[in-house]
Design a protein around this ligand. Structure first.
Ligand code: SF4
Length: 218
């Protein structure tokens, strides 16, 4: 797949994904318009299924929805509330530490720069890019396992890690697609281009896909 195809593929995907539920972090942004809740739901979502993240986020945000009141919650309460998200014990501590740093260093406001976000505990490039793009609508490319897998299957990049994929995409992907790229590919990856047994025979972009042409065409 090359940049001539990517325009067509993205146009098709934009229509395709309308029939599926969007990623939970995008949903939380849509409902709250609050970068803090976007950041905390990103933390909860790491190594966790969207449905579990959704329940944990709703329960936690019904107790507290800002860094000041989260800091006042006992650690055990946060742990119990977010259970069973992956690494819930460590994430409860991370949420408190992030909230404290935001209050002490950022007036309680989530920074809108990747380099500042990366200074927060538990925040890697994936989370930083997601907060920048989803909460602040600023240019960034969030590469998670779905994005990494799919663009490699397409043959659009040839990379071995999400970080390498982000670097390649930053060089190659036209900038008008950056902000929404994660939303499109995560939704597509959860529902059709799955990690195991992708539904290639019913995929509407198969003719542009390297994986399909290697495995399904003579
Ligand atoms: Fe994914 Fe298969 Fe579609 Fe390629 S053809 S994008 S591998 S589902």
């Amino acid at each position: 797949m090359n940049n001539k195809h990517i325009k067509i593929v993205i146009a098709i995907l934009k229509e395709e994904v309308k029939k599926w539920k969007p990623p939970i972090v995008d949903e939380i942004e849509k409902q709250s318009k609050d970068p803090y809740l976007v950041l905390i739901s990103c933390i909860l979502s790491l190594r966790t299924k969207d449905k579990v993240t959704e329940n944990a986020s709703k329960k936690l945000f019904s107790l507290s929805n800002n860094p000041y009141s989260i800091l006042k919650l006992p650690l055990t309460t946060i742990r119990k509330t977010i259970y069973p998200v992956g690494f819930y014990r460590r994430k409860a501590e991370t949420i408190k530490r992030i909230s404290k740093i935001l209050i002490e260093n950022y007036n309680g406001i989530v920074p809108n720069e990747i380099d500042e976000l990366l200074k927060l505990p538990g925040v890697g490039r994936k989370t930083a890019n997601l907060v920048i793009t989803v909460a602040y609508k600023k240019q960034g490319i969030c590469v998670d396992t779905h994005v990494h897998r799919i663009v490699n299957r397409w043959g659009y990049v040839k990379t071995k890690s999400p970080h390498q994929t982000e670097i390649s995409l930053r060089k190659k992907l036209p900038s008008q697609y950056w902000i929404t790229f994660n939303n499109l590919l995560v939704t597509f990856g959860q529902n059709l281009c799955r990690p195991i047994s992708p539904k290639c025979p019913v995929c509407s972009i198969s003719k542009y896909c390297y994986y399909y042409n290697e495995n399904f065409v003579n």
